[in-house]
Design a protein around this ligand. Structure first.
Ligand code: CP
Ligand code: NVA
Length: 299
């Protein structure tokens, strides 16, 4: 495997300078698209996308990103590929490396993604694992940057499950230098830590004075059997207008989506003035174009 390959398995695989440069490039590409132009930056490049879990945003944003930049994305559901019949990730990684310029993987254990990375000779991109969701947080950082500028030293509140999104926020806090306060119910805290990260069981404590409030579903993909239990445990962690009132008056609300109105967030907050969730979702497209260009063209 070539030493120069850059994978994107976790947000902290990029330095602060690299994140900022990807964000700035994403903004350029967004402006270009909004002016009706197409930047053919990935002409004749091919992205393979392996999905072992459902997706709307990740799939469409990667496919659209490749289509709009002159490349092509190939969708592989694990059920319809030889993965379902036992072909190993290490073999799949080597085969797809012979045919494509990058491979996006959405899977369960993060270790599976590491196996792809260890055997691929093209960049591996994390399209979500049980432990991390860095492409989403890259889009969140882009959204913040466009609306508010530098996130350094801002206070971000994570309210809810100590899940893959929460972990990628911990990585982002280290890379970008923001304060992160995580409010989770006992037993649902993440094990990951960070220099600027504090954990609490109080949602109000986390949100007090926050510049950005973020939440996610209470039961992630793969936790379907826990839905009912989690609904009762997480009830005090619902992001309501009352909870948002403890944040700064100009605080933003983000959610990676899909959202469950009346569970982790009320309809009023999701559809309210602080919410930037639609722009955040749209920014997946622009952030990923810039990320693909960075990873494919630096190899
Ligand atoms: N936010 C996100 O990754 O959405 P999908 O599961 O629809 O890809
Ligand atoms: N935490 C959620 C994110 C979905 C985009 C999950 O893993 O299902």
């Amino acid at each position: 495997m070539s030493k120069s390959i850059r994978h994107f398995l976790r947000l902290d695989n990029l330095s602060r300078t690299e994140v900022v440069s990807v964000i700035e490039r994403a903004i350029e590409l967004k402006v270009c698209r909004n002016n009706g132009q197409r930047a053919s930056i990935l002409e004749n490049k091919t992205l393979a996308m392996i999905f072992e879990k459902s997706s709307t945003r990740t799939r469409v944003s990667f496919e659209a990103a490749m289509a709009e930049t002159g490349g092509k994305a190939i969708f592989l559901s694990s059920a319809e590929s030889q993965l379902a019949r036992g072909e190993l990730p290490e073999d799949t990684a080597r085969v797809l490396s012979e045919m494509t310029d990058a491979i996006m993987v959405r899977t369960f254990e993060h270790e599976i993604l590491n196996t792809y990375a260890a055997h691929a000779s093209v960049p591996i991109i994390n399209g979500l694992t049980n432990d991390f969701h860095p492409c989403q947080v890259l889009a969140d950082l882009l959204t913040w940057y466009e609306l508010r500028g530098d996130i350094e030293d801002k206070k971000v509140a994570w309210v809810g499950d100590g899940n893959n999104m929460c972990n990628s926020y911990i990585n982002a806090s280290s890379v970008m230098g923001f304060e992160l306060v995580i409010a989770s119910p006992t037993g649902y805290e993440t094990a990951l830590n960070g220099e600027r990260v504090r954990k609490t069981s109080s949602a109000k404590d986390a949100v007090e004075g926050a510049d950005l409030v973020v939440t996610d579903v209470w039961a992630s993909m793969g936790q379907e059997s826990e839905v009912e239990l989690r609904r009762s445990v997480f009830k005090p962690y619902q992001v309501t207008e009352k909870l948002m009132s403890y944040a700064r008056a100009d605080a933003l609300f983000m959610h990676c989506l899909p959202a469950h109105r009346g569970e982790e967030v009320t309809k009023e907050v999701l559809e309210g003035n602080s919410s930037v969730v639609w722009a955040e979702a749209g920014n997946r497209l622009h952030a990923q174009k810039a990320l693909l260009e960075f990873l494919i063209n630096c190899n």
